[in-house]
Design a protein around this ligand. Structure first.
Ligand SMILES: [Zn+2]
Length: 364
């Protein structure tokens, strides 16, 4: 069993998409147990890896994956998980990472396939933090209010602001520490990414709701087709006054649900410090849980039976042989074709001559 191979280099063009033609064989590695492992190289960036790094993860207790998924998305901490299930913390962490990765690819494939198509989407941003409150993070949420599904959740670093900024400046003798001051504001790019997901699922004449932040108007205008009806309402509007009472109510309950679990995450210590990466991983697990994806389906997704490399290289060999065969066949074929054309030409000229003769006879 294998996962469709992608280049292992995170900055490579072929990191996200599977492209077998970009792989070549590159020698062999010998292992301590005497076996040799084939090395491969990405043609685009030169990164090398072995087939072992591309086979699907195997855990000693794969039956625990379901349990971990359910418990972790209900707000369990990693240490409590490992205590109750009798596994070590690092195993629990790597299982969570594996699950998050699976959920992410499954969710995005569903988005691309059009399964999450809807006519009503609510979106908004909420704020949380990584490590500490002086490193705030913006979380953008797009929610399908018609069928109660989360379309996408994106996270981005933002700058510190408001009363907390004043307090930090006062505490640090009037200067904002470099680490805090140099924090980028990635919220606009995050919103553009979020809109891409919205575009995939919202029908062209659909409704899009958000609060009254002025920046949203330009983002929506640049990323979505002009036929989408964009409705902005006051951020603290009463449910009674909203144009989409039911949808807004549902959206608010989802935000509350997510806020609770990001809250419990902040309390974790040691190796699960709240980072951007763990946050976005966590959200994909939450999406899978909330949208009620079948975990067995998620785990099976993208895995192909057999050995990718064996299959791929026999295919390439056959193609090569076929090409050689074709090259041999074409030249005689070309000669035959030439002969046929010359014959046709000759008969045609004879006919022409005969016609000319008959015409002249008639005239005469
Ligand atoms: Zn590459």
């Amino acid at each position: 069993m294998y996962i469709l191979p992608k280049c292992q280099n995170p900055v490579c063009l072929y990191h996200e998409k599977h492209e077998p033609s970009m792989l070549i064989k590159k020698g062999k590695d010998s292992r301590k147990n005497g076996k040799s492992v084939q090395r491969y190289q990405c043609k685009a960036c030169g990164q090398q890896f072995t087939s072992a790094s591309l086979t699907d993860n195997h855990f000693h207790k794969p039956e625990l994956l379901q349990e971990i998924f359910l418990r972790y998305t209900s707000g369990y901490s990693v240490s409590r998980l490992s205590q109750e299930l009798g596994i070590c913390k690092n195993t629990a962490l790597s299982m969570i990472e594996y699950l998050a990765d699976k959920c992410r690819t499954y969710h995005f494939d569903l988005l691309d396939s059009g399964f999450l198509t809807t006519d009503k989407i609510h979106f908004d941003e909420m704020e949380t933090f990584e490590h500490s409150k002086v490193y705030p993070v913006s979380v953008g949420i797009a929610y399908d209010a018609r069928y109660k599904r989360i379309i996408d959740i994106r996270v981005a670093e933002i700058k510190i602001k408001g009363a907390l900024k004043k307090k930090v400046i006062a505490d640090c003798n009037g200067v904002l520490p470099v680490k805090i001051a140099s924090r980028p504001n990635n919220s606009p790019t995050m919103l553009v990414e979020l809109m891409k997901s919205v575009k995939k699922s919202l029908i062209p004449s659909g409704l899009l709701f958000s609060d009254d932040k002025p920046a949203y108007i330009t983002v929506v205008a640049t990323c979505l087709p002009p036929t989408v009806r964009f409705v902005q309402e006051l951020s603290k509007i009463n449910l009674k006054d909203s144009k989409d009472r039911q949808g807004l109510g549902r959206f608010r309950s989802v935000c509350a649900y997510l806020r609770t679990y990001t809250g419990t995450m902040g309390r974790r210590k040691l190796n699960t410090a709240k980072t951007m990466k763990s946050l976005s991983e966590h959200f994909y697990l939450m999406i899978a849980r909330y949208n009620k994806y079948d975990l067995n389906e998620v785990l099976k997704h993208g895995i192909v039976q057999g050995d990718f490399y064996e299959d791929e290289w026999t295919k390439r060999k056959q193609l090569k042989q076929l090409k050689q065969l074709l090259a041999v066949i074409t030249y005689p074929q070309f000669l035959k074709k030439q002969q046929r054309i010359q014959k046709l030409k000759a008969t045609w000229q004879k006919k022409k001559a005969l016609l000319a003769v008959s015409k002249t006879k008639k005239v005469a």
